[in-house]
Ligand binder design. Structure first.
Ligand code: NOJ
Length: 585
């Protein structure tokens, strides 16, 4: 979830409901995804949250020089692309997702010279760079907004959405991060309301204004001209709006995906962006979100649409709840998405990002007995599914939720504002903190654990957010030297995927569908067949894979004994959280 509060959970989890409703399966057809090969389908994307990755100057905040100092580490992972969360100038109301200057680097992170050195260092190592493009909204400290708010006559007025107060209050719009969940903020300077789907410091840009759109394309060209390799479009499905702002049906105003996503002309804007930018530079593009239905998702990414390259759908990552989740649900969701994209279009595969708590704490088992195994098992899943894997920094170590127990330890605007909202409206604050411990996005934002020295080797100063105390033993240095560590297992996975196109393009088939503990599937391509079996439980479990594995070659296992699971004619007996990848004869 975006954050551990009720408001932001709606943002992503409503996709789940809608997709379930719209899950009409397509008739079986021969698998076509292999015919349209592309570099961005074959890469592994490693996501870096710059604020928390490595601090080079002791101010407690990660920075670009810090990332530069770790380029050899990144290269050693075997990943091909780095997606950097926003690094532009920002007052950091939402850690960089509130941009005040799109052509400059955030002071905390360094300078443009640092950026150029970073890009050069990546390219020298054959690592590509994808930047976050945050243009559903800007910061209220951006000069466009400063101008826009200054008077109703400002030439920048229409860069944002304003509603003059003498027209009365505009129809209610829900805000994901606002303390009152009200997306309209009255501004005294011109006696008008402005729209902000996120925090008050993140006013929504007016995409209906062609001048604004050209400004954005120019910004994109500026970065593409520097040689970056792609864009991730933050919250873009919300960019288009019906600017008459009609009321939404009462009781449904909070249904974020249904009423706020995929507004009028969104596809026109994307096609225009494609024509202006994507078609002119060798860059990849990925949407955040995938609309309300498979139809929407296809319309965003199918090649003949000339919009974006791949969808990034949330239904899968939304499955994990504080009360748990069922493997049946997990399998059903990932299988349904795979089947919807088997013929056309392309997906991302991920279980975590900077808006989620840690993968192993949500989907695996972070107890001392099973953290290592279950983390490797989940990594095996991500790296053996069809779609481009997006792997979040720190997950290669099996980093866990920090589970901060008091609001003072949290930094995320959505958590802090929702806490205030709960307080103002008599909510149960204890219950709210319990939720944060499980799902706050700050769990995924604690400093990267490099070694066992003070502050996990992240900074020599005071980190902007607390370090997870388990850094003393859970850190990269400790795992480097251990051939069986999560870190070295992840390296084996990237190598396996890179050397075997079957894991990228191969047809996916679910096996033993109703097995409550084991997720088993095959990947097939050019007469070859691989079997992947993953035990999602803390007990031994048998999987009826219906395939004779006695002579199958074990390509990878997260258990150290080379023998792999016990094999019968058509069944496998997997140990707790065991993950195996077989090549069938
Ligand atoms: C989605 C980003 O991933 C999230 O971190 C951010 O808070 C919102 N968009 C607003 O930009």
């Amino acid at each position: 979830m975006l954050a551990a509060n009720w408001s932001t959970r709606l943002y992503y989890s409503s996709i789940l409901l809608l997709s379930l409703l719209l899950s009409s399966c397509r008739p079986a057809q021969p698998d076509a995804s292999q015919s349209e090969k592309a570099w961005w389908k074959e890469v592994v994307v490693y996501q870096i949250y710059p604020r928390s990755f490595k601090d080079s100057d002791g101010d407690g905040v990660g920075d670009l020089k810090g990332i530069i100092s770790k380029l050899d580490y990144i290269k050693s992972l075997g990943v091909d692309v780095v997606w950097l969360n926003p690094i532009y100038s920002s007052p950091n109301d939402d850690n960089g997702y509130d941009v005040s200057d799109y052509r400059n680097i955030m002071k905390d992170f360094g300078t443009m010279a640092d950026f150029d050195a970073l890009l050069k260092g990546m390219h020298e190592r054959h690592i590509k760079l994808v930047m976050d493009l945050v243009v559903n909204h800007s910061s209220d400290e951006h000069k466009w907004f400063q101008e826009s708010r200054s008077s109703r006559q400002s030439p920048y007025r229409n860069y944002y959405h304003w509603w003059d107060a003498e027209r009365g209050k505009p129809a209610y719009r829900y805000s994901l991060f606002d303390i009152n969940h009200d997306a309209w903020k009255w501004d005294s300077v011109s006696n008008a309301y402005y729209l902000h789907y996120f925090s008050r410091k993140q006013p929504d840009l007016n995409w209906e204004n062609p001048r604004l759109r050209q400004e954005v394309y120019d910004i994109m060209k500026f970065w593409a001209g520097k040689g970056i390799d792609g864009f991730r479009l933050d919250a873009f499905q919300f960019a288009a709006k019906d600017t008459s702002f009609p009321p939404f049906p009462q009781g449904y105003e909070k249904n974020f995906i249904e009423y706020y996503a995929m507004g009028p002309h969104l596809h026109d804007y994307l096609r225009e962006m494609n024509q202006e930018v994507f078609s002119k530079y060798p860059v990849m593009s990925v949407a955040e979100g995938a609309g309300k239905s498979f139809k929407d998702a296809h319309e965003l990414v199918d090649a003949d649409r000339h919009e974006l390259n791949m969808a990034y759908a949330f239904e899968g990552v939304d499955i994990a709840k504080p009360e748990g989740y069922t493997l049946a649900h997990f399998k059903e969701v990932f299988s349904r998405w795979d089947s919807a994209f088997a013929q056309k279009g392309w997906l991302s595969i991920f279980l975590a990002n900077h808006d989620q708590a840690r993968m192993v704490s949500r989907f695996g088992n972070d107890s001392s007995a099973f953290r290592d195994l279950s983390s490797k098992m989940l990594s095996t899943f991500i790296m053996t599914m069809r779609g481009t894997p997006y792997y979040y920094n720190g997950d290669e170590l099996g980093m866990t939720n920090a589970r901060f127990g008091q609001i003072e330890d949290y930094r995320d605007v959505s958590a802090l504002n929702e806490y205030q909202h709960q307080k103002n409206t008599g909510g149960d604050l204890q219950k709210f903190i319990q939720r944060l411990r499980f799902e706050s996005r700050d769990n995924g934002r604690t400093p990267f654990q490099w070694d066992s020295t003070a502050q996990a080797g992240f900074t020599t100063g005071k980190p902007w957010i607390g370090v997870n105390p388990n850094y003393t033993w859970l850190n990269a240095a400790a795992q480097e030297g251990d051939p069986n560590s999560c870190l070295n297992y992840f390296r084996k996975l990237t190598k396996l995927r890179k050397e075997n196109g079957i894991l990228v393009y191969g047809k996916y088939t679910l096996l033993d569908k109703d097995n409550p503990s084991v997720y088993a599937y095959t990947r097939e391509m050019e007469g070859k067949k691989w079997l992947i079996a993953l035990n999602f439980s803390a007990h031994t479990a048998e999987a009826q894979v219906g395939l004779n594995t006695t002579n199958a070659r074990l390509m990878l296992s997260n258990y150290t004994a080379a023998s792999g699971p016990a094999r019968k004619a058509s069944a496998l007996t997997l140990r707790p959280y065991e993950a195996v990848v077989f090549q069938l004869p």
